[in-house]
Design a binder for this molecule. Structure first.
Ligand SMILES: [Zn+2]
Length: 945
């Protein structure tokens, strides 16, 4: 992109190699913005790894290089655009939202359909109708770009209230077998979408026979299986292959129930809770399975995951930037001689100057001439600013107030600096004094702090701190310093932030209120929203973010992975951190209600954005929710160390949370002592007499005095997941099942049967006779849309039941009571609930409609009821369930880890060690290293099949 007023045909690209200067074939396309162009050129020959080649972009009319052997072009015919790229032909159809309807590679052709959509219980699609706009924005010979813009519509043509829309850009390069697909999805307000589906390509019409991913692959046999990869996924036959090369959750569904047309290949899905969402993936078009044998797909994944980088140099601007940077560095060294308020004032001046220099550095390498110039000018201004302006309260080393018009909160550990109140007071600088390190890089006008979304009769609206002025008051006392921000334009929003004495972490709360006379209510409140978080290690190479869902693990920084990373709470723990090179940046929320929230990391340019979005309690109901208040402190800031140190910060609060109130497990009277000593969990069946022997054989194999048999299939079904929740009488008969359990117990084996925590088979008599649908089925939307699963139970229709409904709570308590009381089971395992997260719109259930702690409380109370029922029959009985969720620690005795093979950051146990247990393992994986590692991490082994 160039901010240049000339004509495209005056641009030439010349390669310098040694003393030779050689014109290079190029293409110039107009881009968005006045005087902005996209320039593409073909690098002659090959570009080896870590090789640098230099090209000069010259504004003159050098000789034009002729069309090369491999050119790309695009032809328009009515509502069809045809891209011809060597032996690859792609047809875009306006009637299906501008998507690709047909691909040809050499002689092989495949018909494609698309299912890209947003979903919140009801699905709204892009490809079901004509694109509003489908146009060629670059026409070759090197690069063809097609843009399609559409709205999402329901099956009857209806538009959801937030009017979501998408612009898809398909970029093709001459001679390359890939199409880069970028989407920008926007909506008028931040409606909460369960899922946004990106590149969901129906491939059933293309005659594919196989699926391959970097994980599992196999033949396409229409059996309803999903094959998931982590890096790439492909479908293919002998002549044609289509692959997603840089997907977030690549995979393919092989078509269900003998229906090939259901088959699809996808890039990924994600929940969407913001105003805008960006996606990117690259589709590879190949000549059949050969492309896998030749490693073409794998290689393109690697190339696209770490593409060659282009740096732009403006020599005159670079000289001016060097000069101003030298002055910044000289002045920075002089800071050491200052202290107290003098230091604070000089620090703010330096922060602004550094910000300008950093912005200029970023813009110059990105090739933005005008923006570089204005950033250099703002740096020069900051260096010349009169630095006497400060209004600060001070107690000890704690300082709070306004410096050069910027809200300031600091002590001898850290300084937090905000944009001027007239610019909305976004968080623009976090400075670690001990390490002399700035953690943020964001210009004050775009700095953020919070964002809120309301729904109105007409639809909704979103607003944020940075578009509206606020007032700031401040004080300090012996405990530390405090800033109070107040906004009033759309709603009364107060944010209180405190920095304690000797603390580097900031603690804050938000409270937002809408006037009674306004017809709007809150849907979600995002706080904090922090933009411009800088990498901790050079180029993020050693940076990880902590995924505190489930067992806990480290993931590469989104700046490396290009993936948005969301941690959904519950069941995830309510903290995360960026770590790298011994440094950390912590975010957490100390919410003892375990309210619904999404902790979200995303790459934006060369820095990271982070936010915690809270869906407010009752937002889906008829009565507008006019107040939102932080249920606990939001905590953020720098720390030293790695994942373990981050876990220790959270643990300090977590063991005071309500779910830890019963204390450590070895001190708890209600914690079964036998479970503490159990060395192993099997997966058993107990449907025939011989299954009893199987369990005893497992116990003998490991030579263990006791173990826990986790038993399935003890009930009558055609399939495993049929007839729920009618488990009785068991297959062995009432007396037979009781005898089986007694026999195992007499040999030291404890028995914990499986129960599905969420599903009721709609074909059962009980579903009709107990009026289960009305009294307990989850409504996915306010119009009574049920959540029915047919793929799970071998075709039977299973209704998802609401944990907040009395009928379902009572049903699961009764089953628990029967299993523990009548049959003598040692406890019950609940599938689904702990690991899931949902909303329910059914007003008959008597719970708040959506958001907040609705789900956490409903699930927790359901378990509490079942646990009480079990304990009434046997005080030594236990309760467990699928997945890991901190909010259930007091009502679960242990958690199933779900297929974890290990982790470099076992965060859940680092936080809750001593307060709960985890068990599990990997099916068929019993090698000593695996078992030993699992034991070392503090888990009970088991689940090996
Ligand atoms: Zn409900």
């Amino acid at each position: 992109m160039l901010g240049w007023p000339g004509k495209p045909d005056q641009i030439a690209i010349i390669e310098y190699a040694g003393r030779r200067a050689k014109p290079v074939q190029h293409q110039v396309d107009r881009a968005t913005g006045d005087g902005m162009y996209t320039v593409s050129w073909r690098i002659p020959g090959t570009l080896a790894a870590s090789q640098t080649r230099r090209f000069l972009l010259r504004f003159d009319t050098s000789p034009v290089i002729g069309t090369p052997g491999t050119a790309i072009d695009v032809a328009t015919s009515g509502n069809t655009l045809v891209v011809n790229n060597g032996d690859i032909t792609l047809e875009h159809q306006r009637e299906i939202g501008g998507f690709i309807s047909r691909v040809t590679v050499a002689e092989a052709t495949g018909a494609l359909s698309w299912h890209d959509k947003v979903y919140d219980g009801t699905a709204y699609y892009l490809p079901t109708h004509e694109a509003e706009r489908m146009e060629v924005t670059a026409a070759g010979p090197l690069r063809v770009v097609i843009e399609a813009a559409s709205v999402y519509l329901g099956v009857n043509g209806e538009q959801p209230p937030s009017k979501p829309r998408a612009v898809y850009r398909f970029t093709n390069y001459a001679g390359l077998p890939i199409t880069v697909v970028e989407a920008l999805v926007t909506q008028e307000f931040a409606q909460q979408w369960k899922s946004l589906h990106f590149i969901e390509m129906g491939t059933g019409g293309a005659g594919f026979t196989n699926i391959a991913t970097d994980g599992r692959g196999g033949r396409l046999e229409q059996t309803g299986r999903f094959f998931a990869g982590a890096k790439w996924g492909a479908v293919y036959n002998e002549q044609l292959l289509i692959a997603m090369c840089t997907a977030t959750q690549p995979g393919a569904y092989d078509g269900g129930g003998g229906k090939h047309y259901l088959q699809y290949l996808r890039s990924g899905t994600a929940s969407m809770t913001t105003l805008a969402y960006r996606w990117k993936d690259a589709i590879l078009w190949g000549p059949g399975g050969q492309a896998l044998e030749d490693r073409t797909v794998q290689r393109w994944h690697e190339i696209l995951a770490a593409p060659p980088t282009v740096q732009v140099h403006f020599s005159t601007l670079a000289t001016r930037l060097e000069a101003v940077t030298r002055i910044v560095n000289v002045k920075e060294r002089a800071l050491d001689k200052l202290s107290g308020k003098d230091w604070a004032v000089a620090h703010v001046g330096m922060t602004l100057a550094r910000g300008g220099a950093a912005a200029a550095g970023k813009k110059i390498t990105g090739g933005s001439f005008r923006e570089t110039l204005s950033a250099i000018e703002s740096c020069e201004q900051a260096l010349n600013a009169n630095s006497s302006e400060a209004e600060l309260a001070q107690t000890g080393s704690g300082l709070a107030g306004l410096v050069l018009g910027h809200p300031y909160l600091g002590n001898d550990k850290a300084v937090y600096l905000f944009a001027r109140p007239e610019h909305g007071a976004g968080l623009m600088s976090i400075y670690d004094r001990a390490g002399s390190r700035e953690f943020l890089s964001i210009d004050p006008v775009h700095a953020t702090l919070w964002e809120a979304t309301v729904k109105t009769e007409a639809g909704g609206a979103s607003f944020a701190n940075n578009a509206q002025p606020c007032t700031v008051t401040f004080n300090t006392d012996a405990a530390g310093g405090q800033l109070l921000f107040e906004w009033s334009e759309h709603a009364a929003v107060d944010v209180v932030l405190r920095l304690g004495v000797g603390e580097a972490l900031l603690r804050g709360r938000i409270e937002a209120t809408i006037d009674e006379d306004k017809p709007s209510g809150f849907v979600s409140v995002a706080f904090p929203v922090v933009k411009g978080i800088k990498p901790l290690s050079p180029e993020s190479q050693r940076d990880t973010i902590l995924d505190t869902g489930r067992f806990g693990r480290e993931r590469p920084s989104p700046l490396l992975s290009s993936k948005v990373h969301n941690i959904e709470c519950p069941p995830g723990m309510q903290f995360t951190a960026l770590t790298g090179d011994g440094l950390g940046f912590y975010f957490g929320e100390e919410d003892g209600l375990a309210s619904r929230k999404q902790l979200s990391w995303a790459a934006a340019g060369d820095s990271l954005n982070f936010s915690i979005v809270h869906a407010v309690l009752g937002w889906g109901g008829d009565r507008p929710v006019r107040t939102y208040r932080s249920p606990g402190h939001v905590v953020l800031g720098p720390f030293r160390g790695d994942w373990y140190d981050a876990a220790r910060i959270y643990r300090k609060w977590a063991i005071t949370a309500p779910w830890c109130a019963k204390g450590r497990i070895h001190e708890r009277a209600d914690y079964p002592k036998w479970l503490i000593k159990a060395p192993y969990w099997s997966i058993g069946y107990l449907q025939h007499e011989k299954d009893i022997e199987d369990e005893l054989n497992k116990q003998a194999f490991y030579e263990i005095p006791t173990m826990v048999a986790h038993v399935y299939n003890y009930f009558f079904t055609r399939h495993l997941d049929d007839r729920y929740p009618e488990y009785f009488p068991p297959k062995l008969g009432s007396a037979g099942f009781t005898a089986a359990i007694e026999r195992l117990q007499s040999n030291g084996v404890r028995v914990v049967p499986y129960v599905n925590g969420s599903m009721w088979d709609m074909d059962t008599d009980s579903y009709r006779m107990e009026d289960a649908e009305r009294r307990g089925a989850i409504w996915m939307s306010a119009d009574g849309n049920l959540n029915i699963t047919t793929s799970y139970g071998g075709g039977s229709s299973l209704a998802t039941m609401c944990p907040g409904s009395a009928i379902w709570r009572e049903k699961l308590s009764a089953i628990t009571s029967e299993l523990v009381g009548r049959y003598g089971a040692d406890g019950v395992y609940f599938d689904f609930l702990t690991d899931h997260r949902g909303d329910c719109y059914n007003p008959e259930h008597g719970h708040p409609i959506c958001g907040g702690n609705f789900w956490a409380k409903a699930v927790h109370d359901l378990y509490a009821g079942a646990r009480a029922a079990a304990k009434e029959r046997n005080p030594e009985a236990m309760i467990t369930g699928e997945g890991i969720g901190e909010f259930c620690i007091d009502v679960h005795d242990t958690f199933l880890s779900l297929g974890e093979s290990g982790s470099t950051a076992p965060l859940f146990l680092a936080v809750y060690h001593g307060y709960t247990n985890v068990y599990g393992g990997i099916y068929n994986n019993v090698d000593p290293v695996m078992l030993g590692r699992w034991w070392l991490m503090g888990c009970q082994n088991g689940w090996h099949g």
